[in-house]
Design a protein around this ligand. Structure first.
Ligand code: SAM
Length: 269
């Protein structure tokens, strides 16, 4: 079925009818290319109850409502709620929730997965919350292409950082496809990418590993020995000894360590 909610004329008509104005601070760039929500929604099936963050005018919500068992959509902008009720009136399996996804408890009972076109300014805190406070799996989200590259980066590259290691310790990250600025209204300045995060079993050492990751990347240019000594408040000699025990050169930089090496370090620090 045609996704009319992506049609620029329908979007303009809705803007005029409701006197709605896009709010840049809320990351409001709405999809106008029907193939994008279609391709994202096709990753789900009737057995899944999906959480959507930021439904906007409902283009992705409508596509998900067709492929999934149910959709729970959390929208922060209360001006969008009457529009969403109108646009999604024929979707009996959609529940709309007004609220801030950064504050709400996202572990809604019964939900199994996430699919969203995320507001860019809060992508990292939202992904962190989803990974730490829910078991939703998979998490399929559209993010800025630069963020997607950071999340999927390899060690010893400029994109590799604390968020890369955090995500690698929680999930397998795949970059699925890019979405150009022409696919949105208003047109954003950047290209987006849709990524898929499939959770991996949580290792008990993750919290300790994350303390080490934070210390290692807080002073990225320093050697691991110096960065960990400063960040973990340990004498330099102690850190050097423990790194050597773990088979890691204290003069290496944190950005050269793989997520597995950070996990291993958690045994020794
Ligand atoms: N899903 C729609 C689409 O793809 O066309 C809109 C996506 S738009 C990039 C981001 C949406 O997230 C907007 O509707 C915005 O109001 C909403 N939003 C922004 N911050 C939010 C938050 N903290 N919690 C929930 N929704 C938020």
């Amino acid at each position: 079925m045609e996704n009319v909610l992506c049609r620029p004329d329908v979007i303009r008509q809705t803007l005029a009818q409701h006197g709605f104005r896009f709010d840049k601070r809320k990351g409001q760039n709405f999809l106008t290319a029907p193939w994008v929500p279609e391709r994202m929604a096709a990753l789900f099936s009737k057995g899944q109850a999906v959480l959507e963050i930021g439904p906007g005018f409902g283009a992705l919500t409508a596509a998900l409502a067709e492929t999934c068992g149910s959709v729970t959509a959390v929208e922060k902008d209360k001006l969008l709620l009457p529009i969403l009720r109108q646009n999604l009136s024929s979707c009996g399996n959609v529940t709309l929730v007004e609220g801030d996804a950064l504050r709400l408890d996202l572990a809604f009972p019964g939900l199994t997965a996430v699919c969203a076109n995320l507001p860019y300014s809060v992508t990292t805190p939202l992904l962190t919350r989803l990974m730490e406070h829910t078991r939703l799996d998979p998490v399929v989200v559209m993010v800025q292409r630069e963020v997607a590259r950071r999340l999927a980066a390899r060690p010893a590259t400029p994109e590799y950082g604390a968020i890369t290691v955090f995500m690698a310790l929680c999930a397998r990250c795949s970059v699925l496809f890019d979405v150009g600025p022409d696919c949105f209204m208003p047109r954003p300045a950047v290209t987006s990418s849709v990524i898929r995060l499939d959770r991996i079993p949580r290792d008990a050492r993750v919290p300790d590993a994350l303390r080490i990751v934070k210390a290692a990347f807080a002073q990225r240019r320093k050697t691991l020995g110096n960065a960990l000594s400063a960040g973990l408040a340990l004498p330099r000699e102690t850190v050097a000894e423990r790194l050597e025990k773990a088979g890691i050169d204290p003069s290496a930089r944190g950005e050269t360590l793989s997520p597995e090496q950070f996990l291993m370090l958690a045994y020794h620090m």
